[in-house]
Design a protein around this ligand. Structure first.
Ligand SMILES: Cc1cc2nc3c(=O)[nH]c(=O)nc-3n(C[C@H](O)[C@H](O)[C@H](O)COP(=O)(O)OP(=O)(O)OC[C@H]3O[C@@H](n4cnc5c(N)ncnc54)[C@H](O)[C@@H]3O)c2cc1C
Length: 391
């Protein structure tokens, strides 16, 4: 990477946001997280507290009524909320994921219409890319959109959509020209009450149980032509890629937040639990597990901040660095949550302590917004491209 100056610490505004989110999470998220998880319940009341504190603004630019903190606003939100509950974080950040295709590809009018109500939290959005037969293999999309007068007619199904059933509108990717493959994909804004649109059953998940996940079903669904993102057909695949470049650092941040929560719980427990007449934190085996966690968290946080700052300046290698941060932090979170549970022994295996939930929640970080294997494909593709351009 060419030499550039990057700030890897937080500015005053960023510290202020972090402290505010931390306070709200401590008061409103941590006390209810287990109940939400057990009941598989969408965190409506918690989201209202976020709205009241103006926190949805941290995800958007000032021109749309947000706080204008750039990608770092998302990073801070994701890390702090996930310290408390990754499910709540997914419910909150799903709206940003749904907004991003409009931010990266929308016309001025579309941005002015759809983004301000998201910045206040008055409305929620969600992102519909994955399909039953097209997960990692995004080019295999089968949902179609055919223009008919002043409408597009959408047919198909989207799978595993976070926020489905709770969102006011969806950014949905569909083929407008099947013969052109990825160059034939367009993106549409579909409102929840559109004719021919419905959602599937609520999924009963291993983790992040309070974040609602459902399919989106389009049966001759009618979408006005003005809801074609960017106003031109066949540019949607690019908007999808750009969206993921900007959002993966926030998944990395969520992984760092969850990891910090799991480590803090493990350190605390190791100082209280006694075996063989001593605190278990005096065993070197336990200390080394804690040290490994701390190293991974520090490295993951630095990679996350770096990828976010590169996204903010639109750096040419941002896709590679977003993938590096997401993959490293997600894999670390799974390892850290596993070791944290180990430190709790049998007590970690039941719901009395939070590590059982951190462990179940962590797994999704290696799956959504591209699996860890797909991130490695992206990183390697970046390396190979860079090597070719040096010749
Ligand atoms: C709880 C949850 C929430 C989600 N939220 C959303 C959302 O809001 N919006 C949305 O659009 N999607 C969402 N997703 C979908 C998610 O992004 C996909 O599940 C993910 O991209 C993987 O796709 P897949 O499940 O079809 O797995 P597959 O693509 O079938 O992968 C199966 C396995 O094969 C591996 N694999 C596949 N291709 C390759 C390859 N080329 N090289 C190496 N290994 C490979 C994968 O890494 C994985 O291990 C969500 C998923 C879940 C579970």
């Amino acid at each position: 990477m060419a030499e550039i100056q990057l700030t890897l610490s937080l500015s005053e505004d960023e510290v202020q946001l972090r402290d505010l989110v931390r306070e709200v999470v401590k008061k409103e998220v941590i006390p209810v997280r287990m109940e939400l998880d057990e009941k598989n319940e969408y965190p409506r009341n918690v989201l209202n507290k976020f709205r009241e504190a103006g926190l949805f603004g941290a995800l958007f630019g000032e021109e749309y009524g947000g706080l204008g903190l750039g990608v770092m606003g998302n990073i801070i939100m994701a890390e702090e909320i996930s310290y408390g509950c990754l499910g709540v974080n997914t419910a909150v950040l799903a709206t940003k994921l749904g907004a991003l295709p409009i931010e990266v590809g929308g016309t001025k009018e579309q941005k002015e219409k759809w983004l301000p109500p998201l910045a206040t939290g008055e409305k929620m959005a969600a992102f519909g890319l994955t399909e039953p037969g097209a997960g990692s293999d995004v080019p295999a999309l089968a949902t179609t959109a055919v223009k008919k007068g002043d409408r597009y007619i959408l047919n198909g199904t989207k799978q595993w959509i976070s926020g489905a059933g709770q969102s006011d509108f969806y950014t949905v990717f569909a083929m407008t020209n099947k013969d052109r493959g990825t160059r034939g994909v367009s993106c549409f804004i579909v409102e929840k009450n559109s004719k021919g649109f419905s959602v599937g059953k609520k999924e009963d998940k291993l983790g992040i149980r309070c974040s609602e996940t459902r399919s989106l079903i389009f049966e001759d669904c009618e979408v006005p032509v003005e809801n074609l993102v960017g106003g031109v057909e066949n540019s949607g695949f690019l908007y999808g890629l750009k969206t993921l470049n900007f959002s993966r650092p926030a998944v990395a941040a969520a992984a760092v937040g969850l990891s910090q929560g799991a480590m803090d719980a493990a350190v605390q427990y190791s100082r209280e639990r006694e075996q063989f007449g001593v605190k278990i934190c005096s065993f070197q085996a336990i200390q080394h597990m804690l040290a490994d966690m701390a190293m991974k968290i520090e490295a993951g946080r630095l990679l996350t901040y770096k990828s976010a700052r590169l996204c903010e300046i639109g750096h040419k290698d941002m896709a590679k660095y977003s993938a590096i941060a997401k993959c490293f932090a997600a894999d670390s979170a799974m390892a850290i949550a596993t070791d944290a549970l180990q430190i709790f022994g049998g007590y970690g295996y039941v719901k009395e302590y939070p590590v059982e939930k951190y462990f179940r929640d962590a797994k999704i970080l290696q799956i959504y917004e591209g699996t860890s294997q797909v991130q490695k494909n992206e990183i390697a593709a970046g390396l190979i491209k860079e090597a070719a351009s040096k010749r």
